[in-house]
Ligand binder design. Structure first.
Ligand code: GTP
Ligand code: MG
Length: 643
């Protein structure tokens, strides 16, 4: 009696009813061969699985996803609050340390980013010169009156942003609340900010008072009271403006007259073309979003704190004031293409991954090279090298041709005065290369390691970078690292959630130098406060309850400069009171605060590791990254019961 089966495949696969002996023989041989191949595949899969088990995979998530976790994997995530605080720089540090060859070979690709950083800095200066503050150098009567009319306070708050008690969820989304109590992420402000602020600048503050205030000592409680000042700095002469003579190549520190200045601006007009060219090179053609042009506020931290009239011009597309252009009294820059001019405000960004590098690489090797793969050890750009003898490209040639004017502009005393009055502190911001113009505009310029770490390219999205350790690191040698980098701005934070799963450790970066600045995306929120809130959210997350947290209190180098220049933390964090205003005391205090939050908000007790970092500093960061790596590996091995 024939055996019946429910499987429709049986019907299809069964031998034909009129099969001859010869056909049967062939069929059986084929089936035997298929079984042999299948067994070989099974064996190979098994061997691969065993090999993967033996091979350690270190997953470093810059707020990104680890893999399934089925295999024995070292995985930890780097969680970074806010934007521009060093996630991508930390990633680059890992690459520099553990895949130095790949890092070196890719340095040339960063030249385009650095060129764009320079062009953007220059545009910031020229934009500022186009709208100089009243009675400052270069303010013609006409410009002066325009500037004054733009900068007058409105005298009423009808244009003020809504201002309510706010709850920040773990993703940084604000939820406005009617009440102020109960939930641990609530905080409130005592008074709304005035907007725009009155001129001339004067100290104005709003109070953040979300928690009970205590006197703190070495281990303060987690309640931090912030006073958010919208003017960040006292008018300390020379603050963050560097010395005009700091670049030995400076040809003069005199103030240009208006006419030579106009001539100089005209000579810099080709930078408009270069800017468009660089954007086209860096951004894939179909990435419409990423072609937005940056405005100054996005990459100079100095203006973030002041919602000045200049900023409001940049912030509101409908502002009556026309963007400057090279035909009028403008900066000499125009967007260089037909995009909406309001987009000039936005910082250029890339999707993470090496797509932009792939594009540049292809351009350089005429289509034959491609490093679109994110693997640091595979498919390197064929023409990349570290000889310093790279063929100069068009942007480099233009920058080289403009170098004297660029240097003169940057070292001009009148220009410095305008920047000072506008509170534009390029030196403090990201992607600052103007003190190195002589070097970086040379025709044979090859970015150094430090240059690559200093370069600024905003991240949007999530991407995993894989690389094999080139450098033997004890137990770590041969491990595969997977680092996921993400965009850190508030709008990007919802993309983090899926990556919270299956994590061994988190590195959280808090840019503590931002204590006197506000978020670009929400100018009612102090940057440090935002980090504190996000830290609380991460600590209290049940999803992450068993994950060890590592805290990087980052940008300590900028913090130190700020404190030394006379900016007092106590002005912004009232509970800091009359403690010493130096790096040691401030970092110790903030470390204590973050540690206390960690203790108070963690669902389960866990270890707390904190480091004061300047992740652009190669020497100090190397040691810190090595400690973190060892700690994570130890912890992982412990958990895997392999230790
Ligand atoms: N001086 C100083 N600059 C830093 C430090 N960390 C990062 N930077 C600079 O700050 C800028 C922003 O750093 P990124 O690493 O791009 O910031 P991010 O967190 O990836 O920012 P998004 O991509 O916007 O989320 C870069 O130009 C860095 O060189 C630091 O500790 N000190
Ligand atoms: Mg980034």
């Amino acid at each position: 009696m024939p055996v019946t089966s429910d499987d429709p495949l049986d019907e299809v696969l069964k031998p034909p009813p009129d099969e001859t002996l010869e056909q049967r023989q062939i069929r059986l041989e084929r089936e035997a061969e298929a079984r042999r191949v299948s067994a070989a595949i099974d064996a190979s899969i098994k061997a691969e699985r065993q090999a993967r088990r033996k091979k350690r995979i270190v997953r470093l998530l810059l707020l990104g996803q680890s893999e399934s976790g089925k295999k024995i994997a070292m995985s930890f995530k780097i969680l970074l609050s806010d934007r521009s605080l060093g996630k991508s720089t930390t990633l680059r540090q890992f690459q520099r340390l553990y895949t130095p060859t790949a890092f070196r070979e890719e340095r040339i690709l960063w030249r385009a980013v650095i060129q764009l950083n320079i062009v953007r800095s220059i545009r910031t200066i020229l934009d500022a010169l186009s709208h100089p503050p009243p009675n400052s150098p270069y303010s013609s009567p006409r410009l002066r009156s325009r500037s004054i009319s733009r900068s007058r306070p409105t005298g009423n708050l009808t244009n003020s942003p809504p201002f309510h008690p706010v709850t920040l969820d773990i993703m940084g989304n604000s939820h406005y609340n009617q009440s102020n109590g109960g939930v641990d992420m609530h905080f409130s402000y005592g008074s709304p900010p005035q907007y725009p602020p009155p001129l001339p600048p004067q100290q104005r503050s709003m109070h953040y008072n979300g928690y009970t205030q205590h006197d703190e000592d070495e281990y303060p409680d987690s309640d931090t009271e912030f006073t958010i000042a919208n003017y960040s700095h006292p008018n300390v002469p020379g603050y963050n403006h560097g010395s005009p003579r700091s670049d030995p190549s400076a040809s003069s520190t005199s103030t240009l007259n208006q006419t030579p200045l106009d001539a100089l601006k005209a000579r810099l007009a080709p930078l408009t073309h270069i800017e468009a060219l660089l954007i086209a090179r860096l951004v894939p053609p179909n990435e419409e979003e990423a072609t937005h042009l940056a405005g100054p506020g996005e990459y100079q931290s100095g203006v973030d704190e002041v919602p000045s009239p200049t900023r409001s011009h940049f912030s509101h597309p409908n502002n009556q004031h026309q963007p400057p252009n090279h035909n009028g009294n403008g900066s000499g820059f125009s967007p260089g293409h037909s995009r909406n001019s309001s987009l000039r405000n936005q910082e250029i960004f890339i999707r993470p991954g090496a797509g932009w590098k792939g594009g540049l690489s292809r351009a350089r090797v005429n289509g034959s090279g491609n490093i679109a793969s994110t693997s640091g050890s595979s498919q390197r750009p064929m023409s990349a090298g570290n000889t310093g003898l790279e063929t100069p490209d068009e942007p480099q040639e233009v920058l080289h041709a403009c170098r004297k004017d660029l240097i003169q502009l940057w070292h001009d005393e009148g220009v410095r005065e305008v920047l000072r009055r506008r509170k534009i502190r390029l030196e403090e911001g990201s992607g600052f290369f103007l003190d190195d113009l002589e070097r970086v505009t040379s025709l044979k310029y090859m970015p150094t390691d430090d240059d690559v770490l200093k370069a600024r390219l905003k991240t949007v999205g999530v991407s995993e970078y894989k690389f094999e350790m080139e450098v033997s690191a004890g137990r770590d040698s041969g491990a595969e690292w997977r680092i996921v980098d993400v965009g850190g701005s508030r709008s990007q934070r919802p993309t983090w959630v899926p990556f919270f799963d299956d994590v061994d450790a988190i590195i959280f970066l808090a840019p503590i130098s931002g204590f006197d600045q506000v978020l670009a995306e929400d100018r009612t929120v102090n940057r440090l406060e935002d980090s504190v809130l996000l830290w609380k959210a991460v600590c209290s997350s049940k999803l992450l309850a068993n994950v060890d947290l590592v805290l990087f209190l980052n940008k300590c180098d900028i913090l130190e400069k700020k404190l030394k220049s006379g900016v007092r933390l106590a002005k912004y964090v009232r509970s800091y009171a009359d403690r010493a205003n130096d790096l040691d005391s401030v970092s110790k205090y903030l470390r204590g605060k973050f540690g206390a939050i960690h203790r108070e908000y963690s669902p389960n007790p866990r270890k707390f590791y904190a480091f004061c970092t300047s992740v652009t500093d190669t020497a100090t960061t190397a040691g810190i990254i090595a400690s973190v790596r060892d700690m994570v590996i130890r912890q992982h091995l412990k958990q895997s019961k392999l230790l």
